[in-house]
Design a protein around this ligand. Structure first.
Ligand code: ZN
Length: 318
């Protein structure tokens, strides 16, 4: 969906829903030990006064959220993510066709073409993951599932061939996601983004060394099942994310989300685990760097093409 937002740093707008508070929440108390948001969508604007990408990253830095993985969901957003990450030290990129997009592309006869673009982007500097890909039986009707499976398997193959991490979107499809990973062979670093299972899936993840990335819902009052999963997950497999602008953590549920709100989710996890938030942050940061590498691992080379904002898909960071 195209968007005429006043802020040229976004390429989409979040759909309005009735009764939602559209004002960004205040910044939380800064973390002492920093963490990374390993899954966010900065290209989607939200709220009555959308924050630009640069504003979001600055706010994140000010509370100890040291960097983000910007995640693409189609060809346009994947390209945008890769191009921005190439010149923004606080950003790495993940590229993929979202499972809810795959059936539409398959119907239009363009899924293979789109997958070829993802394969090309996977080779770009600072693209560290293939995602989000996976299966979504909540939004996609049974007739779209064959395309989802085909797309998911193709993404797994791309991740393995490029030696990249895999970020999985699994909605109402735990068994089928696990079955697919075991059948075709999971990449060495596999992440369940916005982990939505219970203790049983968490135990399975632990068995196979798959990472569990928790988002805002782990802080929701009614999410006891997620906290049971957190209880049994090995600390060495924990990651944290916002999935912004969606899934804003307690106490700001329903308002626009952004990486600077990540400390709420981290603190909710530490509270539940009865551990010190800095100890948990240090563990998660180390896990994050093991999965994706370090944000400063590669020097950021600014070419003249990259410097010219007219050459960036959304007019640059400002
Ligand atoms: Zn996402």
């Amino acid at each position: 969906m195209a968007n005429d937002s006043a802020d040229s740093s976004h390429i989409r707008a979040r759909e309005a829903s009735a009764g939602r508070d559209l004002v960004y929440p205040p910044a939380p108390v800064p973390l002492v030990v920093g963490v990374y948001d390993n899954h966010t969508h900065l290209e989607i604007s939200d709220g009555t006064t959308p924050l630009s990408v640069a504003e979001q990253l600055d706010l994140a830095s000010s509370v100890g959220v040291r960097g983000v993985i910007q995640v693409g969901t189609d060809v346009a957003t994947s390209r945008w993510s890769a191009e921005l990450a190439a010149r923004e030290p606080r950003m790495l990129a993940a590229v993929a066709i979202h499972p809810n997009e795959a059936p539409e592309l398959e119907n239009a006869g363009t899924l293979d073409e789109a997958l070829a673009v993802i394969d090309e982007l996977a080779g770009r500097p600072r693209v560290v993951a293939i995602g989000e890909t996976g299966l979504d039986f909540y939004r996609t009707a049974p007739e779209g599932r064959a395309a989802q499976f085909r797309s998911f398997e193709a993404h797994i193959e791309i991740a393995k061939r490029h030696g990249l991490a895999l970020q999985i979107h699994d909605r109402d499809a735990h068994d089928e996601v696990v079955e697919t990973l075991l059948r075709v062979g999971a990449p060495e670093r596999t992440v369940f983004h916005c982990f939505s299972g219970g203790a049983e899936l968490a135990t399975l993840c632990a068995e196979h060394g798959w990472y569990l990335s928790f988002a805002g819902p782990v802080s929701f009052k009614n999410a006891a099942t997620l906290r049971e999963a957190l209880d049994v997950a090995p600390r060495s497999l924990l990651l944290v994310e916002t999935d912004a602008p969606y899934l804003t953590p307690t106490p700001h549920r329903g308002r626009p989300n952004a990486p600077y709100l990540l400390p709420h989710t981290l603190r909710a996890m530490a509270d539940h685990l009865q551990t010190d938030v800095s100890v948990l942050a240090a563990q998660i940061t180390s896990n994050t760097e093991l999965v994706y590498g370090r944000w400063d691992a590669e020097p950021v080379v600014l070419t003249d093409t990259a410097r010219d904002p007219r050459n960036s898909p959304a007019g640059g960071l400002a």
